[in-house]
Ligand binder design. Structure first.
Ligand code: HEM
Length: 573
């Protein structure tokens, strides 16, 4: 890509002049504030910079640059704004450089010089816009002086116009459809033929090569700029007040001898796949369908003014013919279209970058969503684990807790008679598991929950439920009542056990300790032996608030011996 300066009337481009003397700097498109400042400084109407737009270093003051310490390499400061441009007034008066181009090296410089050899020798100074983005000016022959002949066009210029038309159409097609266009030219007896193929790009041999227009994708803006430039020059040609009437004889003769097919009718609208352009007349251009036979040459080949040409040729016999002026009008009229293309091109890039941004955001959100899902999944597994734990605790816990009776007990007012035994109230769970011993049996451990409650009566209700510490299977169970002889510390303990024993123990409460001994034990007739003969218990509240129970018994085979020892912690108030 040729890098050109986008400043008005600046012809600096990469490779021109001393190497490194001029640097080129992209428009800061990502910095909207600064790009606005640049645009304001550049003062180009209806122009939008692209990422391929540059300004050369000549438009920046010295303080816009910084130098690298080691090699003195020049950098544009990130805050730099261009300030050195042609003044507005100057632009108003010479907004278009007056350029000349020699179409023949032997043509005299004098504008009044008459044509020789039947060729048009007029040179018309013409205002050519110096749009450095386009590169068109540089590609035209005659490096210093470029003249676009407005009224009498040589074959090259005709070709240029045809090419412009082709390019306008095909490039518009490319921009619209994304399909590249291939142009082929071939010479024949009848003149030059141009074939335009949609599919590939190709360079032609005219004054403006297809390559002058940058490749379809990367150089779209440059191409559009070139359309602007060329379109403007065409427009200027159209607006010339007078038209030379005297066509060189040789040209006339040549045209008159040209076959119909090549009598200046050039197709403007290419066929879907190809378009043939015959050797063109400078004045007429006609659309040609592939199936159509060659058109008839126009009767009057004398150049006319734009208006004349337009009206007369509109009224020509073949309505398919367009005058070159119409072509030019059409071409210059495409300025709007070109601007639209510019805008479209720019906005589509913006849209593209917006889409990219949105995609990034969507990807970010997706990542966040993924992380959230992972967290939710982790939470789910935590919840699952907690549920399992709760279930495990439920399994471990001793059934029967929180019964209606205990609730009633908590809600009822304690009978004052029971006050000495209030320390026994509550639900207690063994901690650690209790120990079971007896001389005739294997020592064992057990878990037990005991509930000692009241319902407002002068009696405590109790339930002792023992479980196997591992299997949690129920073991020894007993329930009964504890009474206090009013006004005394005498306590009666009545119990019924699942082993078929019923017993009454009596004793005394002393502070937070109760000691009782059985005075009657009864059993079912088929109770298992050895039969228990006597039972003694001791309950006490330990210093650390635990309840301790010790049970001793005597059987028919063993004297009074300790059978159980267990400590409970209170699990309800
Ligand atoms: C005051 C209440 C209890 C009395 C009167 C009592 C009485 C007895 C008697 C008489 C024996 C038979 C002893 C022998 O074979 O020589 C026995 C054994 C046993 N007791 Fe208790 N017991 C009581 C509380 C408990 C409790 C709370 C547990 C706890 C789980 C328990 C667990 C056992 C076990 C595991 C045996 C051994 C059974 C066997 O080897 O077949 N006892 N008990």
């Amino acid at each position: 890509m040729v890098i050109c300066c986008a400043a008005f009337n600046c012809s600096n481009r990469q490779g021109k002049g001393k190497k490194g003397a001029i640097s080129f700097h992209r428009f800061p498109l990502k910095d909207s504030k600064r790009v606005t400042q640049w645009l304001k400084a550049v003062q180009r109407n209806n122009w939008t910079p692209t990422k391929y737009s540059f300004l050369c270093s000549e438009h920046f003051s010295k303080d816009c640059f910084s130098k690298r310490f080691e090699d003195q390499h020049r950098f544009l400061k990130p805050t730099a704004v261009p300030s050195i441009f042609q003044s507005a007034e100057k632009r108003a008066t010479c907004g278009y450089a007056i350029c000349k181009r020699e179409t023949n090296s032997q043509i005299p410089e004098d504008e009044d010089a008459q044509p020789t050899n039947g060729e048009s020798r007029e040179q018309h100074s013409l205002l050519v816009p110096l749009d450095q983005d386009t590169g068109v000016k540089h590609k035209m022959k005659g490096p210093e002086r470029t003249t676009v002949e407005a009224y009498t066009l040589d074959s090259e210029q005709r070709e240029n116009i045809v090419l412009l038309s082709e390019s306008l159409l095909t490039r518009a097609s490319v921009l619209k459809t994304g399909s590249p266009v291939r142009t082929e030219r071939s010479s024949s007896e009848n003149g030059t033929q141009t074939n335009i193929h949609i599919g590939n790009w190709m360079t032609d041999t005219s004054g403006i090569s297809i390559d002058d227009f940058s490749p379809p994708v990367s150089g779209a803006c440059k191409f559009i700029g070139s359309l602007h430039s060329y379109s403007f020059s065409s427009k200027h040609s159209r607006e010339r007040p007078s038209v030379p009437r005297d066509l060189p004889e040789r040209k006339k003769a040549k045209r008159n001898t040209e076959p119909n097919n090549s009598s200046g009718n050039v197709p403007l609208v290419p066929d879907k796949s190809s378009l043939e352009i015959s050797s063109p007349s400078p004045l007429t251009v006609a659309p040609q369908k592939s199936s159509e036979s060659p058109s008839v040459a126009p009767a009057d080949l004398t150049p006319k003014s734009a208006t004349e040409a337009s009206t007369s040729e509109k009224g020509a016999a073949n309505p398919n013919f367009m005058s070159i002026n119409e072509v030019i009008v059409s071409a210059s009229g495409t300025c709007k279209l070109i601007d639209s293309l510019h805008t479209y091109c720019f906005s589509s890039r913006q849209t593209k970058s917006q889409v990219c941004c949105l995609r990034e955001q969507v990807e970010k959100k997706n990542m966040e969503l993924k992380l959230l899902r992972q967290r939710v999944s982790r939470s789910d597994s935590q919840v699952k684990k907690l549920r399992e734990k709760v279930a495990e605790l439920k399994r471990l816990s001793i059934p029967g807790r929180g019964s209606l009776q205990s609730m009633k007990s908590e809600m009822s007012l304690l009978n004052p008679i029971l006050k000495p035994l209030v320390w026994m109230l509550g639900t207690w769970v063994s901690e650690p598991p209790g120990d079971g011993i007896f001389p005739t049996i294997q020592p064992f451990h057990y878990m037990e929950e005991i509930q000692i409650s009241h319902v407002g009566q002068p009696v405590l209700n109790f339930m002792f439920n023992a479980f196997h510490p591992d299997t949690k299977k129920p073991m020894h169970r007993e329930c009964g009542f504890i009474r206090l002889k009013p006004g005394t510390s005498k306590v009666a303990f009545v119990s019924a056990q699942n082993t078929g024993i019923v017993e009454v123990e009596e004793g005394e409460v002393n502070g937070e300790e109760l000691t009782i001994t059985s005075h009657s034990v009864a059993r079912i007739s088929f109770a298992k032996e050895p039969h228990v003969q006597q039972i003694s218990r001791n309950f006490r509240l330990t210093a650390d608030g635990k309840l301790e129970q010790t049970v001793s018994m005597a059987t028919s085979a063993q004297p009074m011996t300790k059978h159980l020892h267990i400590t409970y912690k209170k699990v309800t108030p």
